[in-house]
Design a protein around this ligand. Structure first.
Ligand code: THU
Length: 139
């Protein structure tokens, strides 16, 4: 990867890690941060926000995507998800679908721990044969 691309991803990773520090996860104690690079080049971060009524909690990716949409952007170029532990913190099923809504073949989903990015995926790897906006344009 070029140095510029590395710098870009470093900045995205730092934003996701900083958002993770602000996670509200008093029930699972599993803090997650996410940050999106959108088509305008802006960074949009989010963290998980849990709730005493457990199902009302939301994922870090959901927060980051909401911030992107609220800022007026519509395309995810890269998304970094940061969580601790041995296992890769890949997006949950619901968040894969939320990412897919704003993704294309070039979009990369980067999975990181607190030290840095561990693996990178295309959305088609995480969510093969997905249903998306184009399904609704042929009715
Ligand atoms: N979580 C995320 O925020 N993103 C993921 O990709 C996986 C799970 C959150 C939801 C919940 O607050 C906690 O992690 C434990 O599942």
């Amino acid at each position: 990867m070029s140095k510029n691309a590395d710098d870009r991803l470093d900045r995205l990773f730092d934003a996701a890690r900083a958002a993770r520090e602000r996670a509200y996860a008093p029930y699972s104690h599993f803090a997650v941060g996410a940050a999106v690079f959108s088509e305008s080049g802006a960074i949009h971060a989010g963290c998980n926000v849990e709730n005493a009524a457990y199902p009302q909690g939301s994922c870090a990716e959901t927060g980051a995507i909401s911030a992107m949409v609220a800022a007026g952007d519509r395309r995810i170029v890269d998304i970094v998800v940061v969580g601790a532990g041995e296992e890769l913190v890949t997006p949950c099923g619901g968040c894969r679908q939320r990412i897919r809504e704003f993704a294309d073949a070039e979009t990369r989903v980067h999975v990181a721990d607190l030290k840095g990015i561990r693996s990178s995926f295309r959305i088609s790897e995480l969510l093969p044969y997905s249903f998306g906006p184009q399904n609704l344009t042929h009715s």
